[in-house]
Design a protein around this ligand. Structure first.
Ligand SMILES: Cc1cc2nc3c(=O)[nH]c(=O)nc-3n(C[C@H](O)[C@H](O)[C@H](O)COP(=O)(O)OP(=O)(O)OC[C@H]3O[C@@H](n4cnc5c(N)ncnc54)[C@H](O)[C@@H]3O)c2cc1C
Length: 391
C-alpha cells in the first residue's frame, strides 16, 4: 500500500528530529522514519553533552545562524518545559595567534559579542583547573555552554508526534525515486509517497544522496570521562566547558562534570580514521586512551582522576568542514540535511527551521548560501579531510 504525505523525513537524529518538529508544527502532513531508535550509539548524536558557543572561531559568518539557534533552543525549552541548554561559559585556550583564540576574538569583535580575554595569571585565579603555557591566553565566551542531545532529540520527536507526525523506528529507507511531482520511498516494510523528502541520515548520507559519495566521509571519534581529583577546581563555576588549541597537535574539547561519570574530553576528529557506517564502531583501543589520558593529565590535571568510561562515535566530514543544506541537484523534491563535520549539533535548532523552509517553500530567508552543493563543489583545495590521510 502507498501512503501519501506532504513531507517524509528520513533519519531522526539531531537534524531530522528538528526538521520533523518544525514541519509538523506548520501543519504539514509528515512521516519520520529511522533505521534504528534515535539517538542510538551508531549515530552522531549521543553522549550526554554537546558544546554551544556564540563567538564562532570557525568563521564569523556562522554567528547570525547561531543567534537564531539560541533563540530556537530557548523556544524548544519553553515548549518542553525542560532545560536543554545550560550556560556555563566556554573558555577557548591557546596561543594568542592560534586558530581558536584568534578566530574567537575576531568573531566576537566583528559581531560585538560579550567576551573576556584572560592571561595565565587571571586564569589561575578564576579557573584553576586549567594549565596554560606562559604564552597562552584564554577567551571566555560567557554565552557558551552545553546542550543535552538525547533530551533535545526526544523532545523534538515528542512535539512532532503531538503535532500529528507519523513515526516509524527500525525501518531503513533503501531508495528514493523521483516522479509524479513528488518522491516514492522504499523500505523492506513498504512504499511511501510524499511531495518532498528530507534526507538527514548522518553518516549514511551518501547511500541516499549519491552526489555526496566522493565528499561525505564518516570518521571515528572517541570521547572519555574522568572522575575529578580536585573538587574545588573542577566545581562547574570554576571549570566551564572549554576548547583548547594545541596547534599541530589538533584541538580538544571538554565539559565539566555534568553527570556521575565526571569530566568529558575528546580531540576534534580524533585520528581522522575513515569508517564504514554499516559496521560496528571499532572499539576504544590503547592509542585512543593514551591520547586522551595524556591530554587531561597535562592540561586539566585537576580533572585527571580515574578514567571511568570511553566510547566511540562518528563524525561525517565534508572537505570544507562546513555544512550542506540544499535541494538535491536534479531533484528539487529532495532536501539534503548536512553531515555537519563534527560541529553541527549546536545548530540543530536552526537547521530544523531551515530544512522545513526548504521543504515547504524551496527557499529560506536564513543565510545558507555557503552551505549549497555549488559552494561545496567550488571548494577546490581538497582541504583538511582529503589532505590528511585517513586510516
Ligand atoms: C563525539 C562527538 C562530539 C561532538 N561534539 C559536538 C559539539 O560539542 N558541538 C556540536 O555542535 N557538535 C558536535 N558534534 C557534531 C554533532 O553531534 C553532529 O553534527 C550531529 O549530531 C549530527 O546529527 P545528524 O542528525 O546529522 O546525524 P545522526 O544523529 O547520526 O542521525 C542520523 C540518523 O539517520 C538514521 N538513518 C541512517 N540511514 C537511514 C536510512 N537509510 N533510513 C532511515 N534512517 C536512517 C540513523 O539511524 C540516525 O538515527 C559532535 C559529534 C560527535 C560524534
Amino acid at each position: 500500500m502507498t501512503v501519501e504525505f506532504d513531507v517524509a523525513v528520513i533519519g531522526l537524529g539531531a537534524m531530522g528530529s528538528a526538521a520533523l518538529s518544525f514541519l509538523s508544527a506548520r501543519g504539514a502532513k509528515t512521516i519520520g522514519i529511522d533505521a534504528y531508535f534515535p539517538a542510538h550509539a551508531l549515530s552522531s548524536s549521543h553522549g550526554d553533552s554537546r558544546l554551544i558557543r556564540l563567538g564562532y572561531f570557525e568563521d564569523p559568518s556562522y554567528v547570525p545562524l547561531l543567534q537564531r539557534a539560541y533563540y530556537n533552543w530557548r523556544a524548544l525549552e519553553i515548549r518542553l518545559r525542560t532545560e536543554i541548554l545550560t550556560t556555563t561559559g566556554v573558555l577557548q585556550v591557546g596561543a594568542a595567534d592560534s586558530k581558536i583564540v584568534a578566530g574567537t576574538r575576531a568573531s566576537c569583535e566583528m559581531h560585538g559579542l560579550a567576551h573576556e580575554v584572560l592571561d595565565k595569571a587571571e586564569m589561575g585565579r578564576r579557573f584553576p583547573a586549567f594549565q596554560l603555557d606562559d604564552d597562552e591566553i584564554a577567551v571566555l565566551d560567557p554565552q557558551g555552554g552545553y546542550l543535552r542531545p538525547e533530551a533535545a532529540i526526544a523532545g523534538y520527536l515528542k512535539l512532532a508526534a503531538q503535532d500529528g507526525a507519523v513515526l516509524h523506528f527500525g525501518e531503513r529507507i533503501t531508495a528514493i525515486e523521483p516522479g509524479d511531482g513528488g518522491v516514492t520511498l522504499r523500505s523492506a516494510d513498504g512504499l511511501y509517497r510524499a511531495k518532498k523528502a528530507v534526507v538527514a541520515t548522518g553518516p549514511w548520507i551518501a547511500e541516499l544522496v549519491p552526489q555526496l559519495k566522493a565528499h561525505a566521509v564518516p570518521i571515528r571519534q572517541v570521547v572519555a570521562w574522568y572522575q575529578p581529583r580536585d573538587g574545588f577546581a573542577t566545581e562547574p563555576r570554576r571549570m566551564p566547558c572549554f576548547l583548547r588549541d594545541e596547534g599541530a597537535g589538533g584541538s580538544y574539547f571538554g565539559f565539566p562534570a555534568i553527570g556521575i561519570d565526571g569530566v568529558k574530553v575528546g580531540r576534534h576528529a580524533h585520528f581522522r580514521e575513515r569508517i564504514n557506517p554499516d559496521e560496528p564502531n571499532p572499539p576504544v583501543n590503547d592509542a585512543d586512551t593514551a591520547l586522551l589520558d595524556g591530554f587531561i593529565s597535562k592540561r586539566v590535571p585537576a580533572a585527571a582522576g580515574q578514567r571511568v568510561n570511553a566510547v566511540t562515535c562518528r563524525y561525517t566530514m565534508l572537505p570544507s568542514e562546513d555544512f550542506l543544506l540544499d535541494l538535491a541537484p536534479g531533484n528539487p523534491n529532495v532536501v539534503v540535511a548536512s553531515p555537519c563535520s563534527g560541529h553541527g549539533f549546536k545548530f540543530t535548532s536552526v537547521v530544523g527551521e531551515i530544512l522545513a523552509d526548504l521543504a515547504l517553500e524551496a527557499a529560506t530567508s536564513l543565510p545558507v548560501a555557503a552551505f549549497s552543493f555549488d559552494a561545496m563543489n567550488r571548494f577546490e583545495c581538497g582541504a583538511r579531510v582529503t589532505d590528511i590521510p585517513l586510516g
